[in-house]
Design a protein around this ligand. Structure first.
Ligand SMILES: Nc1ncnc2c1ncn2[C@@H]1O[C@H](COP(=O)(O)OP(=O)(O)OP(=O)(O)O)[C@@H](O)[C@H]1O
Ligand SMILES: [Mg+2]
Length: 255
C-alpha cells in the first residue's frame, strides 16, 4: 500500500468505448490515477479488463473517449507522440513477449538502444541495473529458454522499467506461472509499489490485490460497477453483483 503524494492525476481515462464488430466490449470507462497509486481491476472473464488496459496503451484503438497523461490528451494518430507516450506507460502482459534470440540483458537493452537511442555501453549499464533491481543480475546472460517463467516475467518488468515509465499497466502478470513462481513476481511488483510506482493491474489473485491495491475496481460487461478500498469492495460492497463475484472469488482461494 502506498500513499499518493500528488493530488493531480498522472493518468486519466475518460469515456473509453470499444466495440468489436457489433459487440460492445467497453461501454464508457472513466478512471483516474494519482502518482504512487495502485489500482487493481477485477471482474469475470470477458469483463473487458484486458481490452481496457490495451486501450490505455492504444494497442487497441478506442472508438470514443480520451486518455490524458499529466493533463495532456494523447493523440494516437501522432506516431511520434504515441511512441513517447508508450515509453511512459509501460505494459506487462500475461505472456512475457521476450525476444528468444536475445539474452535477458539483450532484451532489456534493445529498447534503450532502439527507442531511447542510448549508446550501447550506457544502455548495457542501465539494463544491468534494472535486472539487478528485479533480482536477476546473475542471470543477465541467459536466454529466455534458460529462464523460468517467473524469471522471464521479471525480465519483462525490467525491460519496461528501463524506459522510466510514469505508469505501469500489468495484465494478469502471474496467471501464466506455476504457483511456486508467482511469489517472486509478486515480490517485485510489491517492491515497485513501495518505491512509488503508479500501477494499474488486472488480476484474479485476490489476496495479492487486497494487500497491494489502494483501490479495487470491479468491472463487468465493459463498465465499472463499483470501486473503492480493497476491504470495502471485497468484504462489504454496495452492489449485489460485486458482492456475489467477490464472495465466489474469495471462496476459491484467490484465483
Ligand atoms: N480482438 C478482439 N476481437 C473480437 N473480440 C474481442 C477481441 N479482444 C477481446 N474481445 C472480446 O472482448 C471481451 C472482453 O475481453 P477481455 O479480454 O478484455 O476480457 P478480460 O476481462 O480481460 O477477461 P479475462 O479475465 O478472461 O482475461 C470478450 O468477450 C472477448 O471475446
Ligand atoms: Mg484479460
Amino acid at each position: 500500500m502506498t500513499t499518493a503524494t500528488d493530488s493531480a492525476p498522472v493518468l486519466t481515462v475518460e469515456g473509453i468505448r470499444k466495440s468489436f464488430g457489433n459487440k460492445e466490449i467497453l461501454g464508457g470507462v472513466d478512471l483516474s490515477i494519482r502518482r504512487g497509486e495502485i489500482k487493481v481491476l477485477i471482474g469475470p472473464s470477458g469483463a473487458g479488463k484486458s481490452t481496457l488496459l490495451q486501450s490505455i496503451n492504444f494497442l487497441v484503438m478506442p472508438d470514443a473517449g480520451r486518455i490524458c497523461l499529466e493533463g495532456r490528451p494523447v493523440d494516437p494518430s501522432d506516431r511520434k507522440g504515441l511512441c513517447l507516450y508508450r515509453q511512459q506507460v509501460g505494459m506487462i502482459f500475461q505472456e512475457f513477449n521476450l525476444f528468444d534470440h536475445l539474452t535477458a540483458l539483450g532484451n532489456v537493452e534493445i529498447g534503450l538502444v532502439r527507442v531511447k537511442k542510448m549508446k550501447r555501453s550506457q544502455a548495457r549499464e542501465r539494463a544491468m541495473a534494472e535486472l539487478e533491481r528485479v533480482g536477476l543480475g546473475v542471470h543477465a546472460h541467459k536466454y529466455p529458454a534458460e529462464l523460468s517463467g517467473g524469471q522471464k516475467q521479471r525480465v519483462s518488468i525490467a525491460r519496461a522499467l528501463a524506459l522510466d515509465p510514469k505508469v505501469m499497466l500489468l495484465d494478469e502478470p502471474t496467471s501464466a506461472l506455476d504457483p511456486e513462481l508467482i511469489g517472486e513476481v509478486h515480490a517485485v511488483i510489491r517492491d515497485l509499489g513501495a518505491a512509488g510506482m503508479t500501477m494499474i493491474m488486472a488480476t484474479h489473485q485476490i489476496g495479492f490485490a487486497r494487500a497491494l491495491a489502494d483501490e479495487i475496481i470491479f468491472m463487468e460487461n465493459g463498465v465499472v460497477i463499483e470501486q473503492g478500498p480493497p476491504d470495502k469492495i471485497l468484504d462489504d460492497a454496495d452492489c449485489e453483483r460485486t458482492r456475489e463475484f467477490c464472495t465466489k472469488i474469495t471462496e476459491l482461494g484467490g484465483r
